[in-house]
Design a protein around this ligand. Structure first.
Ligand code: ATP
Length: 445
């Protein structure tokens, strides 16, 4: 048997659609470019990705959670620099009329159309990526608000509220998961770059002078997190930025090798005291921290870890996809292919599936009862349609770690057969021992 990993993103896109992970938004109307809907399995998977991040962040004594609103006071975006500076250089190809970002399509220093390779393009125009809308019934300039392009500002403007209400002493962090919006010039690569996406950001407030040390600590923390997620080691790298944003003292990208190349999934930044200083200036409210122990006042520095939930989820989907190709049987041209989403059990949208071997009521009854019982603790599925071979394949394709078959012997010996997704081994297990057996297997998968 040979194993093949994901080579072409379109293979994953079609699996995601076929198996209910991700659909094109508004598909019956022809779709809306760059917007995607997570189907039943995708929504569950993404929820688990978020939970793993949320737990890693907020179950520490030094980090608390937040859920700020998407619409914020427009001055926030003036202070943050987004109104003046959050733009990408946009150009049009004079030959094929393709519109694209000039800064990402440089070939030998020349802006080159990614579609037709022409270098005959218009002058670059700065295009602000924020979505604008109006608050209230009157659509005039005083009613303009923006859909937030990042979740971080919700954290900065609540720094004082959180520190006071939670009696937090520096160093401490605030973590948030939420939707962000960017009117990207060239969205694409499935859910990699979209105009509406979810971010998981954590801002860690530290004493100036300790920021370099904390930046290193957070790089290590995040490395450990990605290792726990189970990524293939050679597919992930930490890459320091060559160029830094004006407010940043250090920055590193966590990159994953997607089928379309190495790309950022997370940024870790030392943002200095830029953000709180700006908000202090624009709001007129003091955002200094008073260190009681040392009787000193300062504006904290911020170490930020910012990961896109959809990008992380996409990287995980790419990483676990595999095809197991059997050698061709006598007289056959090609071998059988088993597609497996090799999720770690905690991320599998379904952890266990109950599959009665026949649609006879006594077997259905046992299967349904077991499903309901297991569903109290995990994601459990019940499926009685199609041959058992087909049902196994369906579960393999969505990454279900364990399948349990109920057969006529079950009625006699009160035992079921449990099949392991990766080993394809089968064990006969007494129903009254099943919970313990499953817990052990999932833990040691
Ligand atoms: P990129 O260079 O890819 O545009 P960025 O450096 O602007 O990303 P950040 O502002 O640091 O990204 O945002 C943090 C994270 O948010 C990114 O690492 C990415 O995972 C996610 N993200 C940013 N823009 C998008 C988008 N358009 N679609 C999906 N995820 C995004």
């Amino acid at each position: 048997m040979t194993v093949k990993y994901l080579e072409d993103l379109s293979t994953l896109v079609s699996l995601c659609k076929r198996r209910g992970f991700i659909f094109q938004s508004s598909e019956i109307y022809g779709g809306l470019n760059s917007c995607w809907d997570y189907g039943p399995l995708g929504a569950n998977f993404k929820f688990k990705v978020k939970m793993s991040w949320w737990k890693a962040m907020t179950r520490r004594q030094d980090i608390v959670g937040l859920d700020a609103s998407i619409l914020m006071h427009p001055t926030v975006w003036k202070a943050s620099g987004h109104i003046d500076g959050f733009s990408d250089p946009m150009v049009d190809c004079k030959k094929c009329r393709n519109r694209f970002r000039a800064d990402t399509e440089l070939v030998n220093g020349k802006v080159t159309c990614p579609k037709c390779q022409s270098t005959d393009v218009t002058e670059a125009r700065n295009f602000n990526l924020m979505f604008k809308t109006f608050m209230g019934p009157v659509e005039d300039s005083s009613a303009v608000v923006y859909l937030r392009p990042e979740t971080a500002q919700g954290i900065f403007v609540n720094f004082e509220n959180v520190a006071t209400s939670m009696r937090k002493k520096i160093p401490f962090g605030i973590a948030q998961i939420g939707k962000s919006f960017r009117n990207e010039i060239t969205p694409g690569n499935f859910t990699f770059r979209t105009r509406e996406f979810e971010q998981m950001e954590m801002q860690y407030f530290v004493k100036p002078g300790t920021d370099v040390e904390w930046f290193e600590k957070w790089k290590n923390e995040r490395r450990a997190f990605f290792t726990r997620l189970g990524f293939k080691e050679d597919k992930l790298r930490f890459k320091p930025h060559d160029k830094l944003a004006h407010y940043a003292r250090a920055a590193v990208d966590v990159e994953y090798q997607f089928p379309f190349g190495w790309n950022e999934i997370e940024g870790i930044h030392n943002r200095s005291d830029f953000d709180l200083t700006q908000h202090q200036q624009f709001s007129g409210k003091k955002l200094e921290y008073f260190d009681e122990a040392n009787k000193e006042k300062y504006i904290p520095y911020v170490i930020e870890t910012a990961v896109g939930c959809d990008r992380l989820a996409l990287a995980m989907l790419c990483d676990v996809y595999r095809e197991e190709v059997s050698p061709p049987a006598e007289g056959e041209a090609s071998g059988d292919v088993r597609v497996v989403m090799g999720f770690k059990p905690e991320f599998a949208p379904v952890q266990i599936a109950f599959l009665p071997l026949s649609k006879k009521p006594p077997l259905q009854e046992i299967g349904n009862k077991l499903r309901d019982d297991f569903a109290l603790d995990m994601d459990a599925d019940y499926d009685e349609t199609g041959s058992i071979g087909k049902r196994y394949r369906r579960q393999d394709e969505i990454g279900t770690p364990l399948c349990v078959t109920i057969d006529f012997e079950t009625l006699e010996d009160k035992k079921v057969t449990v099949r392991h997704r990766d080993k394809m081994s089968q064990d006969r297990v007494a129903i009254d021992q099943l919970k313990n057996y499953v817990q052990d297997k999932l833990r040691d998968f």
